[in-house]
Design a protein around this ligand. Sequence first.
Ligand code: BTN
Length: 149
Amino acid sequence: MVPTTSLLLLLGLALLAPGLSAEKCVLTGLWINDLGSNMTIGAVNNNGEFTGTYHTAVTATTKEIKISPLRGNQHSSNQKSQPTFGFTVKWSFSDSTTVFTGQCFVDEHGKEILKTMWLLRSHVNSIDDDWKATRVGINTFTRLRKRWE
Ligand code: BTN
């Protein structure tokens, strides 16, 4: 029979293993979402701040789509390997603003995936139109290229 201490040790290892093997999810790089939009996120600094660019595949306007700047923050990836984050896109071709919030996950194949929700605020000319000015949705991002490519 296996001694109780060995069983406890095995149980402890089984419980700890997923946490130990969790790979880090890194925001820096080139991403594509389920709509076909691309974004590039630059280096995340020591305060968790980052900047980047967003090339949306779709627009709620009739304007010509242009690459737009984004700014965001993530929680420290030292403490959490799958950090939460948020960023704002100030659209350069419209008067709208989008905020995204989400979490950077590593799936069972070691593939990074960003699960986000967004609010898109469109400009309206009158407070009477405020009720229809905000859209909400979700986007899932995957890496377009590996970090080292
Ligand atoms: C606008 O239409 O005024 C600006 C472009 C908005 C694009 C939205 S933001 C949320 C959703 N996710 C995308 O990748 N694009 C759309």
